[in-house]
Design a protein around this ligand. Structure first.
Ligand code: OGA
Ligand code: MN
Length: 287
C-alpha cells in the first residue's frame, strides 16, 4: 500500500488496495491510521458495489442512517444517493436537484445531528464530462493558523447547527414537512480534538446558525470569518471525479462542498455511506 499526499495541508492518495475485497486487520489498521492523519483518502480505479461499500464502512464503526429518507419518510437506508440519478437509473425530480444544491455551501455531513458523522465515503459511478467537482478544506490546518487570542476566545464556544436553517437558504421547499417536524437544532463544540492525534480543529459550516450565549450580530460575523479561514482559496483541494474514485473524509475536521454542474445535460451518480460518530461532540473533551 502506498500513501501519497495530494495537498500540502491534508489528503492522500492510497494505491495498492482493492476495496472490493475483504481487508485483513493489518491493512485496515494502516488505512485507519492514515485517515486520522490525512483527513481525506482517495482510492482510484475501484470496482465497488453497495455490498462492498457497506462492508468497508462498517470496519470503522456503526453505519449512520441516510438522513433524507429517514427524516422525510421514516425509512432507514444506509446508502445516500448523491447526484441526479435515482435507484431505477432515471433523473430525479427538479425539487430534489434544487435541494441538493444545498451541498454547494461549505459543510460537514450530519453536523445537524446530535451525534455528528465521523466519516463519509463517496463512490463515483457516473460523472459529468464538465464540472461536478467537490472541494475540501482542513479545519485542522485552519485552527493552527488562528492567532492565540481567537483560539482562546472560541475554545469553549458551542455552535447551534440547524438543517432547516441551512437548507431553506436554497428555497423554502427544499425541506419537507417531516424534516421541519423532526430535525431540531443541535449543540456542537466549536473546537474539537482528534482523540488519536490530539490535534484540534474548528467545527463550523453551513448548518451553524448561531453561537450559544452570543448576540447574533456578533456570532454571524465570527461564524463567517471562521468558515472563510478554513476555506481560504490557497488551502482548498478541488477534486475532479473519475469513475471508480472512492473517497473517505473525516467530517470531524474537514469541510467540503459540491461545485455544481449542468444537471439537465449530464448524469452524475455517486453512492455515499457514513460512519456514525462515537458520541455527541458536546461530550468530547478538549485538553
Ligand atoms: C456529499 C456532498 C458534494 C458533491 O456527498 O456529502 O456534499 O460534490 N457532495 O456532490
Ligand atoms: Mn456533504
Amino acid at each position: 500500500m502506498n500513501i501519497d499526499p495530494i495537498h500540502p495541508e491534508f489528503g492522500a492518495r492510497i494505491s495498492g488496495v482493492d476495496l472490493s475485497q475483504p481487508l485483513d486487520d493489518a491493512r485496515f489498521a494502516q488505512i485507519d491510521e492514515a485517515i486520522n492523519r490525512y483527513s481525506i483518502l482517495l482510492f482510484e480505479d475501484q470496482h465497488m458495489n453497495d455490498a462492498a461499500h457497506l462492508e468497508f464502512t462498517r470496519r470503522f464503526g456503526q453505519l449512520e442512517e441516510e438522513h433524507v429518507s429517514y427524516y422525510s419518510r421514516g425509512e432507514v437506508t444506509y446508502i445516500g444517493r448523491v447526484g441526479n440519478i435515482d435507484d431505477d437509473g432515471n433523473k430525479v425530480s427538479a425539487r430534489q436537484i434544487k435541494a441538493s444544491t444545498g451541498n454547494e455551501m461549505w459543510h460537514s455531513d450530519s453536523s445537524f445531528r446530535e451525534i455528528p458523522a465521523m466519516y463519509s465515503m463517496l463512490c463515483a459511478y457516473e460523472v459529468p464530462d464538465v464540472a461536478g467537482e467537490t472541494e475540501f478544506a482542513s479545519a485542522r490546518a485552519a485552527y493552527q493558523r488562528l492567532d492565540q487570542t481567537t483560539q482562546r476566545q472560541i475554545e469553549d464556544m458551542v455552535g447551534i447547527h440547524d438543517y432547516i436553517f441551512s437548507r431553506t437558504k436554497v428555497g423554502e421547499d427544499a425541506v419537507t414537512e417531516n424534516q421541519r417536524t423532526y430535525m431540531h437544532p443541535v449543540r456542537q463544540r466549536l473546537v474539537r480534538q482528534n482523540p488519536v492525534t490530539g490535534e484540534r480543529n474548528i467545527f463550523v459550516g453551513s448548518h451553524v446558525k448561531e453561537i450559544e450565549g452570543i448576540p447574533p450580530e456578533q456570532a454571524r460575523p465570527l461564524i463567517k470569518r471562521l468558515i472563510a479561514e478554513v476555506t481560504r482559496p490557497e488551502s482548498v483541494y478541488r477534486h475532479r471525479w473519475r469513475v471508480g474514485d472512492f473517497m473517505i473524509w473525516d467530517n470531524r475536521c474537514i469541510l467540503h462542498r459540491g461545485c455544481g454542474y449542468d444537471a439537465d445535460k449530464y448524469r452524475r451518480r455517486m453512492h455515499q455511506t457514513r460512519v456514525r460518530g462515537c458520541c455527541p461532540s458536546i461530550a468530547e473533551s478538549v485538553n
